[in-house]
Design a protein around this ligand. Structure first.
Ligand SMILES: [Zn+2]
Length: 401
């Protein structure tokens, strides 16, 4: 058993309590949090913070080798560059590449991440990850002529990931997007997700090009599809796509161009959203309307996406970007929501038993120090986001990593 004491204990419990000069007692699970708990405590020092370790719900580590090869600034130009460089980047990313990607997340206090795997090549590197992994086997492909081969390849990958299922590794399913997967394939893998009770992630309404394509079969995507796939018709309407996810545990990634009706549907089917603000900015697709997302009572996480559309996998940098980008929202309250988005909301999306400091939760914790005393309690979340890049200690299931 370990008992830590810090000046600020950020619980992320339902009341969003921040306790001053409080203690956290834990073994592999959290035993208690509060005051005068039994045993000798280790005081973490002046201006110290204990909070739940962070969770990065959406990454593409296969792209971790990318630094400067992809074209940022415009969505379709970027997508073209992804298609051109994908193979090369995948081949270049081996052991060290995955290791350093995980190391960057670890240093920034991440205890778990949701990985989108399109090839299955990352499995051998991620099965020994020191961080918890929710491994989303992705299906992508619109050509009906090869649909069965695509499905068989998916099944083989999903089955292999299932053999590794453990406390720290969970298989899951990803449907790339409404524009890139044949509806028959969607149905098949959603059926599996329901049967196996695993979470789903799907990119949805990331760009204006996607909006125009799915609504009218027009715009930049028309040229893109004709060029790469000789396929010039969208295969599904956005609403039909969303309806497929009823009675599943699904997170829709991006949703920048989701309209009110679609947000309403996402809310009705109890799905959630992952927001990747830096990726959205770099691909110049605009900004998710967080106010609307909140008004529809949709819980959201913030995630880094992959190095394919980011310069870093540091989740504190990501929520700082969100804090500075969403100028329409009050920073004090947005900061509170952003801390939730990378802890308790993220845990709920990935179906993990962590993300808050409460009795019985996994002891996945981080500790770090603020540069000075915070006078007003309400300001603590914002100061944490402004001043934290790396943590001092990361505990996963009660063990220092
Ligand atoms: Zn993504």
């Amino acid at each position: 058993m370990i008992k830590l004491k810090a000046d600020y204990v950020v619980t992320m419990n339902e009341k969003n309590e921040i306790l001053l000069n409080a203690e956290v007692l834990f073994s592999d699970k959290i035993i208690d949090v509060g005051y005068n708990l039994p045993g000798e405590s280790i005081y973490l020092g002046k201006n110290s913070v204990i909070m739940p370790a962070l969770i990065n719900t959406h990454t593409h580590l296969e792209f971790s080798k990318n630094k400067t090869s992809l074209n940022y600034g415009d969505f379709i130009t970027w997508l073209d560059s992804v298609i051109d460089s994908r193979e090369e980047l995948f081949i270049q990313c081996k052991g060290e590449c995955y290791k350093s990607a995980i190391e960057e997340m670890k240093k920034s206090g991440v205890c778990a991440f949701g990985e989108i795997s399109s090839s299955g090549e990352d499995l051998k590197y991620l099965k020994h990850s020191p961080l918890k992994v929710v491994y989303f086997n992705e299906i992508i492909g619109t050509n009906p002529a090869i649909a069965d081969a695509v499905y068989q390849d998916f099944l083989a990958r999903f089955k292999e990931s299932k053999t590794l299922q453990s406390d720290t590794f969970k298989p899951a399913i990803s449907i790339h997007s409404p524009y890139s997967v044949h509806p028959l394939l969607m149905d098949k893998v959603i059926y599996i997700a329901k049967k196996e009770n695993v979470p789903i992630q799907a990119h949805f309404m990331e760009s204006l090009a996607e909006r125009k394509w799915l609504d009218k079969g027009e715009g930049e995507f028309k040229i893109f599809f004709e060029k790469h796939f000789k396929n010039a018709k969208p295969l599904i309407k956005p609403m039909e796509f969303l309806e497929k996810f009823e009675n599943t545990n699904t997170t829709f990634i991006h949703c920048v161009y989701a309209n009110d009706k679609e947000l309403q549907k996402i809310s009705e089917i109890n799905a959630s959203i992952a927001h990747c603000p830096i990726s959205n900015r770099l691909l110049n697709v605009g900004k998710l309307d967080l106010e609307k997302v909140k008004n529809h009572s949709i819980p959201y996480s913030v995630a880094t996406d992959g190095m394919s559309s980011n310069y870093s996998l540091n989740l504190f940098k990501e929520i700082r970007a969100a804090l500075l980008m969403h100028t329409d929202l009050h920073p004090k309250y947005l900061a509170k929501d952003l801390l939730k988005s990378v802890t308790i909301n993220a845990a709920n999306q990935l179906k993990l038993n962590n993300g808050s400091i409460e009795k019985g939760k996994d002891a996945d914790l981080i500790t770090f120090k603020l540069p000075g005393k915070v006078k007003e309690k309400e300001n603590i979340p914002m100061q944490i986001i402004l001043h934290t890049n790396e943590v001092e200690e990361l505990y996963i299931n009660g063990k220092k990593v």
